[in-house]
Design a protein around this ligand. Sequence first.
Ligand SMILES: NC(=O)c1ccc[n+]([C@@H]2O[C@H](COP(=O)([O-])OP(=O)(O)OC[C@H]3O[C@@H](n4cnc5c(N)ncnc54)[C@H](O)[C@@H]3O)[C@@H](O)[C@H]2O)c1
Length: 324
Amino acid sequence: MPSSVLVTGGAGFIGSHVVRAFATTGSSVTVLDDLSSGKLANLPEGVTFVEDDVRSPSASRLVRDGKFDVICHLAAQIDVRKSVEDPAYDVAVNVGGSLNLLEAVRQSGKKSTRFIFSSTGGALYGDVEMLPTPESFPKDPQSPYGNAKLSVELYLGYYARVHGLDTVALRYGNVYGPRQDSHGEAGVVAIFCERVIEGRKLTVFGDGEQTRDYVYVEDVANANYLAATKPLPPAGPLDSRSFNIGTGVETSVIQLAELIHTASGKTPVIEHAPDRAGEVRRSVLLATRAQQVLGWSPRMTIAKGIEQTYRWFAAEHDGVASTA
Ligand SMILES: NC(=O)c1ccc[n+]([C@@H]2O[C@H](COP(=O)([O-])OP(=O)(O)OC[C@H]3O[C@@H](n4cnc5c(N)ncnc54)[C@H](O)[C@@H]3O)[C@@H](O)[C@H]2O)c1
């Protein structure tokens, strides 16, 4: 068990679950977050909170002087469409911010700090024929967001090989679960749950047969915990310390709507809108490597995960969801 952990983006959706995964096992947890989309209410009692931007000199100082055993780096600009509208902002936060932290780890001289980067499986490989897709598949990101994630992974390799840092990348599928923001573009599960609760129509782009690998947020938090605590293969070229974190199960948007129907007991009304340009048709990840090396496998089925998520959104809507 690492004694001291920094979680950047810890006030966000996935980060707040990562914080709990470490805090409940007794690690001392510090959260660095600028609250641009995260919320203080997402944090449990007992963590140290620092409101700051990952690009800042003060964030660099925190990392340099903090001597953390583990850094889970989740803070990011997460909206693919925003990255298309403003690629310079995306690269500044997602590449520049990551580089600021990696440089600070190097300057700290604490090479044993394990740096776990939240990368993407959904936006890295592009439209592929090999499904489920393994880590080694050629990368072909379709957006500035995907380019930035790939770029940081290349820097992880550089810092590992040249400076001896202990770096890892976790490539998530489509993460869903409690505390996801339903207002952005990122989470279709959150948007659908919210709309069903409010009795509004579900907008499905194209025929709704496009598929994704939906992975429950607590499984993703557990992947961070395992990546922090397991021995890893030597760091080398791209992919050597990267792990797909997905279920290997493909779920279409229409199937998702049906699962929410079952969970809610309400029949969602679906309206179709034109296909969105540049959207990948099918995406599903092969995660046998995470299973073999990290001992990770998803514990949650999509049906149960959607049921729990829907219940959380319904309770939140009624104002009774606890922040625990
Ligand atoms: N949600 C998914 O399906 C998914 C899939 C693949 C990868 N990821 C990655 O997982 C990570 C977490 O995503 P999430 O879905 O929890 O998003 P989120 O928006 O809920 O969390 C991001 C957090 O980072 C903070 N943040 C943003 N910019 C910052 C900055 N400049 N300085 C400090 N803090 C900043 C936000 O306030 C927020 O709390 C991101 O790196 C994202 O790219 C998410």
